[in-house]
Design a protein around this ligand. Structure first.
Ligand code: SF4
Length: 342
């Protein structure tokens, strides 16, 4: 029997609604949810492709790539945590608020090093809404937002249709955002802001999903106009209010000193210029096979985004909740943490 269930897209921080089509508890497609306030039925390719992961679903624990009983895997993880003094926990923006709280408490209780990467951005208390972007007289865009976060990009296109000026700073040679911009620069963010700040007024918005360095964030804030940082992971903004973030350099420094690495719900190996195989034990808690689980010594299955209940905070600061749309016997992150506490 076909069923259509409403949930949130797990593929970036915009917070679009998405409908998934289920047949006999298996995901077979997506379907527009026209009334969703963020995206009004539109989903980008990344959002629609998010269900593609389900062919790589992990249902069994493994040690050295061989399936093992779940309790044996939990015992092995507990043993590794207790036997080593250099244990690092990788917190991800893919985790819900409750999961992030549980991971943080567990790390504190066990005195483990917690790292969290937030795209080298930070938390800003006051951010623009998506409607502000659409209503802006001028939008400064840093990063290829139209390509990477298309449902914010759609609001920038609407702003342009409403008569707004669009200026962008993009490092890549080709970009979708440049195609709709009045002018595009490829120099530093600081130079870009200096060049175009005089075009801004009270209704203008600076939208960005990347910067060159931390000083750029200070400068963007100091301008005093509306800002909208857009993160690559669904709940990065929410977790920024729970945990401190680290730069890539800080994380690599921590990894250099790590004997046991616990990764909760992320595929980090391609994001960092680091040889993860140099770590004695890499332990992944993941719903899906990915490049990180491929190199992991221990893999523990966790519920996928369609199998549990939680809440996240989207880029414009709205808390959004989601509920399970598929039946599942797999444990949640919170349940897994209870098991490995030992
Ligand atoms: S813009 Fe982001 S949240 Fe929206 S559909 Fe695309 S990936 Fe999903």
């Amino acid at each position: 029997m076909l069923e259509i269930k409403h949930t949130l897209c797990p593929s970036c921080s915009v917070g679009c609604g998405i409908n998934v089509i289920l047949e006999n508890n298996a995901v077979v497609g997506t379907f527009p949810y026209k009334r969703h306030p963020v995206n009004a039925g539109k989903n980008c390719a990344n959002g629609r492709n998010s269900i593609g992961n389900f062919v790589n679903k992990i249902n069994e624990a493994s040690i050295s790539q061989a399936n093992v009983d779940l309790d044996k895997a939990f015992a092995e993880v507990s043993k590794e945590i207790n036997a080593n003094d250099k244990v690092t926990v990788f917190l991800s923006g893919n985790n819900s608020l409750a999961d992030a709280e549980a991971i943080k408490s567990f790390s504190e209780e066990k005195n483990l090093d917690l790292v969290f990467y937030a795209d080298d951005l930070r938390n800003f208390e006051d951010v623009a809404s998506y409607d502000d972007v659409e209503d802006a007289s001028c939008v400064l865009v840093i990063g290829d937002v139209l390509y990477e976060n298309p449902l914010i990009g759609r609001r920038i296109v609407h702003a342009k249709q409403n008569g707004a000026k669009i200026f962008s700073n993009i490092k890549a040679e080709k970009s979708v955002t440049a195609n709709i911009s009045d002018e595009t620069t490829s120099g530093s963010v600081q130079e870009f802001l200096d060049t175009y700040k005089d075009n801004l007024d009270d209704s203008s918005v600076v939208v960005f999903n990347t910067v060159d360095c931390e000083d750029d964030l200070d400068k963007i804030e100091e301008l005093g106009f509306k800002i909208l940082p857009v993160y690559s992971k669904t709940n990065t903004k929410g977790i920024l209010s729970i945990a401190d973030s680290n730069s890539k350099e800080e994380i690599i420094e921590a990894l250099n000193d790590t004997k046991v690495l616990l990764i909760f719900n992320d595929d980090v190996v391609d994001d960092f210029d680091f040889d993860f195989k140099s770590i004695s034990k890499v332990i992944s808690f993941s719903a899906f096979k990915n490049n990180t689980t491929e190199i992991s010594d221990i893999v523990i299955p966790i519920k996928s985004w369609l199998e549990y209940e939680g809440s996240v905070v989207n880029a414009m600061g709205e808390t959004q909740t989601f509920v399970p749309v598929m039946e599942s016997d797999v444990l949640s992150v919170e349940e897994v943490i209870e098991k490995i506490k030992g």
